[in-house]
Design a protein around this ligand. Structure first.
Ligand code: 4F9
Length: 244
């Protein structure tokens, strides 16, 4: 997958050189190209922002530098989706990430200041994506969240064990059960006995029930969409969690 990122802060994308994403890029499984918008500015001082017509607080990203940057990196017609990270976009969910992961090319524009000249959006943006209902200083961190979410869907980016797990816990699903590693006792806290029993059927049942309880208590909204049996629903009710 090829991802073009347009930003006025290219150095913010250093985290994408680390860890699994860094390795995926090194291995040629993921091609992320960061383009600095500023050199495309036609103004003497390479400005990328200006005051909004009609007044109001803050500055807007100007159309010209962005449009010229897009024309430089994105073929026309564009073979994938051109995305603006924006609080007014559709919320990023696992199903949306799954859908986007099937594209061969994506372009991600990182908004800044108080927004982007609307004519950029009309002319070149296919979709706006938000990572949640909060305001940030810019779209760079949201872009990295989206890229991370897409990268782990690419074949060979995750270890084989992790990818297998992804399938059974794909969102919207149940939240993860508690996990423990050595030592058996840490600062007086013991690992639940069942996990040391070697009885795999019992362990699976314990884990499933823990997932059900944690999801029912913290995210009952997820539980309504999850595939759970009638018996499990009854068991949850016995434990004080009634699904309406
Ligand atoms: C973008 C917030 C996507 C949430 C961009 C300020 C943003 C954002 N999701 N906030 N610029």
């Amino acid at each position: 997958m090829r991802i073009d990122v347009l930003t006025i802060f290219p150095d913010m994308f250093a985290p994408l050189e680390q860890s699994m994403i860094g390795r995926a890029r090194q291995a040629g499984k993921l091609d992320v190209v960061i383009t600095d918008i500023r050199p495309f500015s036609a103004s003497k001082h390479k400005n990328t922002d200006d005051y909004p017509f009609g007044g109001g607080a803050g500055m807007l990203m100007m159309a010209q530098p962005i449009m010229d940057a897009i024309r430089a990196v994105a073929p026309d017609p564009y073979p994938g989706k051109r995305i603006l990270m924006s609080p007014r976009g559709q919320t990023l969910t696992q199903p949306l990430a799954d859908e986007l992961s099937r594209e061969s090319s994506l372009m991600i524009l990182c908004g800044h200041y108080e927004g982007v000249d609307e004519r950029v959006i009309e002319g070149t943006i296919d979709m706006e994506i938000s990572i949640g209902d909060y305001v940030l200083t810019g779209g760079e961190l949201p872009a990295m969240v989206l890229i991370d979410c897409l990268a782990r869907k690419i074949e060979g980016v995750l270890g084989s064990e992790e990818s297998a797990e992804t399938e059974s816990f794909a969102m919207p699903g149940l939240l993860e059960y508690p996990q423990y590693t050595r030592p058996r006792v840490f600062e007086g806290r013991e690992v639940p006995e069942v996990l040391l029993s070697g009885d795999h059927k019992k362990i699976e049942e314990w884990r499933r029930r823990q997932s059900l309880l944690i999801t029912a208590s913290r995210r009952p909204d997820l539980l309504k969409k999850a595939a759970i049996s009638e018996r499990e629903e009854e068991w949850l009710a016995e434990n004080g969690y009634l699904l309406s």
